[in-house]
Design a protein around this ligand. Structure first.
Ligand code: NAD
Length: 589
């Protein structure tokens, strides 16, 4: 078992976790605290060699882990949840320093990430599905563990996004290697370290890397699936690279979601939600409202209510008390958002809330609302991923929908409307994976989350998300005899389970067919038994003949389907199940 098993947890040193062991590197980097601009702890950069070792360990781990039962895996995931909760505040403290969220939101994220694991302890197993079953053929579909999953993660939710991948991968029997964003490696490396005590080596690993690690993973022939969350631009590179080995991919990508505000709402009531939808985590939420469309009748009132909420918030370093909006996470993002401020200013767009991009020690940006810029403005057309949001006017529903859908992305959206029928009608016209009605955008673990258009491929979450982590296999089981000896003794143990017909009906049908010579090759005592009035004896005979199925000619197939291999559904609808005697025949009502 792992060296980490039961060892005390040190929240100031960080390692890659490979094959159940902590591993350092001669190559070190460090994240930057976005509140102060100061470097954080050293963290090792994994090499190609480290990744190769992790993949081999995962393949070995898969041999063990995939053979755990569903319930056994749930017990382990339950322990992981308990342990996560034990260290909730320490983990929250780490992500405050690396990610820049104010402490209450860090605690929320840590608890939320743990709860993702808990959700997977409640999911019933994936049962095999009998697609069809008749006298001739049983078609069964089952979902089987996939193999080795590579999880490539962004920086905006450094705990919850990796757990969205760990939960379903582990439950369904795969092994997973997490690559955190190099901006926020600390929290998740620590989680993976802590969880080693519950898992066989190689089942859950983490490799922190530089810019080369993502491509190394997407190209690695030993990785069977990439689950990627990040920008659409990188997602396209991931897909192109994964195509070389035809890996499965799930892509959770960027968006430019719209919030639609209808004229029948009370601006004062919804302004706090709309503000959260647009500015929570300083706008660094994939599914945030990045464009606001407000009906002309209430535009001014809504603008005032929203501005009041946003200017009432404290924005600053997340190390200060009472901060609602912390800094953006990194300098690159600060530069990107600065570009939107400058573009709006240089084009003369009006700012209802001016915001500020004055450089502080960290990457704090005061939030801004841009008043009715044109649809062609960069701030409307692109994903800003920061605390500057455009608010446009709309008049008619058709025009509104055309403008909302005029984007290559389709991640989410929100509709605020007192008339719930209208709200749903509008929601259904939005080309996006998730729509919230009368709420800001809060993804839920039990709900499948997916992007349309360039916002992604596949999805995660909910029961539906489990299928993304499994291979599907269908078996076509033909029941005809292929054995050397098709003559069975009378006490052969097979069970008939009648699907539709009673025993008597089955035997009557057999007799009719015997008389019309549709059953051949049944001679002597067997034929006599079938001709007697004793249904049970006849059934017994039929059971003994069961493996000589080729002798049974079902009713003639219709002219439209003359194939003898695919006759019309035979009248004898039963299946052979297990090893029971004829006395155990169960008739289904
Ligand atoms: P990013 O695309 O720059 O990076 C994401 C991850 O990909 C990082 O770990 C990075 O190191 C890695 N990476 C970079 N180049 C790679 C390559 N060529 N091959 C493989 N991996 C590579 O994204 P980001 O800046 O970290 O995150 C912000 C973006 O993520 C935004 O667009 C946001 O909307 C999106 N996002 C989407 C979701 C979602 O669920 N749809 C959730 C969070 C964030």
């Amino acid at each position: 078992m792992s060296k980490l098993n039961g060892a005390p947890i040190d929240f100031t040193t960080f390692h890659n976790i490979i094959d159940g062991q902590p591993r350092g590197s001669g190559n070190i980097h460090h994240g930057i605290n976005p509140s102060s601009g100061k470097p954080l702890w050293d963290v090792p950069i994994a090499s190609q060699h480290d990744l190769d070792d992790a993949v081999k360990a995962a393949q070995r781990g898969f041999e063990t882990w995939s053979k755990f039962s569903w319930e056994e895996r749930q017990v382990v995931i339950g322990k992981m949840y308990d342990e996560f909760m034990k260290y909730e505040s320490e983990l929250g403290g780490i992500i405050r320093l690396e990610g820049g969220k104010p402490m209450p939101f860090c605690n929320m994220e840590a608890a939320g990430a743990a709860n993702v694991l808990k959700f997977y302890t409640t999911q019933p197993p994936m049962e095999d599905e009998i697609i069809s079953d008749d006298a001739n053929l049983r078609l069964t579909m089952r979902h089987i563990p996939l193999g080795v999953v590579g999880a490539i993660c962004p920086w905006n939710f450094p705990l919850i996004i990796p757990m969205n991948k760990v939960g379903p991968a582990l439950l369904t029997g795969s092994c997973i290697i997490i690559k955190p964003s190099p901006f926020t490696p600390y929290g998740v490396l620590k989680v993976v370290e802590i969880m080693q005590r519950f898992l066989p080596p190689g089942v859950l690993q983490a490799v922190n890397g530089d810019a080369s690690m993502g491509p190394l993973m997407t190209e690695h022939p030993g990785i069977d699936k990439i689950s990627f969350t990040g920008s659409s631009a990188t997602g396209k590179r991931v897909m192109a690279s994964a195509a070389k080995t035809l890996k499965r991919v799930t892509l959770e990508l960027g968006g430019n979601s719209a919030a639609i505000i209808c004229p029948d709402v009370d601006p004062a009531k919804i302004a706090p939600k709309v503000a959260l939808g647009a500015f929570y985590n300083s706008g660094q939420l994939c599914v945030a409202s990045k464009r606001l469309y407000v009906h002309r009748d209430i535009y001014q009132e809504m603008l005032k209510a929203l501005s009041d909420v946003v200017t009432g918030w404290k924005t600053g370093p997340s190390t200060e008390d009472g901060v609602m909006l912390g800094p953006v996470q990194n300098e690159m993002q600060h530069q990107i958002v600065k570009g939107y401020f400058e573009d709006c200013a240089s084009n003369g767009y009006e700012f209802a809330v001016p915001g500020s991009i004055e450089k502080t020690d960290g990457f704090v940006i005061q939030p801004a609302i841009v008043q009715n810029p044109p649809d062609s403005a960069r701030i409307v057309r692109e994903e800003q991923f920061g605390p500057i949001v455009p608010m446009m006017v709309w008049d008619t529903e058709d025009d509104l929908i055309a403008r909302v859908n005029d984007t290559d992305t389709g991640l989410g959206g929100a509709v605020y409307c007192a008339d719930l029928d209208r709200a749903q009608r509008i929601a259904h016209r939005i080309e996006a994976g998730t729509i919230w009605i009368n709420s800001n955008e809060i993804p839920r673990t039990e709900a499948y989350f997916c992007g349309h258009k360039e916002s992604g491929l596949g999805g995660e979450g909910g029961r539906q998300g489990l299928f993304e982590y499994m291979n599907t296999q269908v078996t076509h089981l033909y029941k005809g005899d292929v054995g050397k000896d098709s003559k069975l003794s009378d006490n052969t143990n097979l069970t008939l389970r009648y699907i539709d017909d009673s025993l008597e009906e089955v035997v009557t049908s057999l007799r009719l067919q015997l008389r019309s010579h549709r059953i051949t090759g049944m001679e002597g005592e067997e034929r006599e038994a079938l001709e007697t009035d004793d249904s049970r004896a006849a059934a017994n005979v039929y059971v003994t003949r069961r493996r000589g199925f080729a002798n049974f000619a079902p009713p003639l197939a219709p002219a439209s389907n003359p194939s003898p291999l695919f006759p019309r559904h035979p009248p004898l609808a039963f299946s052979v199940r297990g090893e029971k005697s004829i006395d155990d025949i169960q008739t289904r009502a």
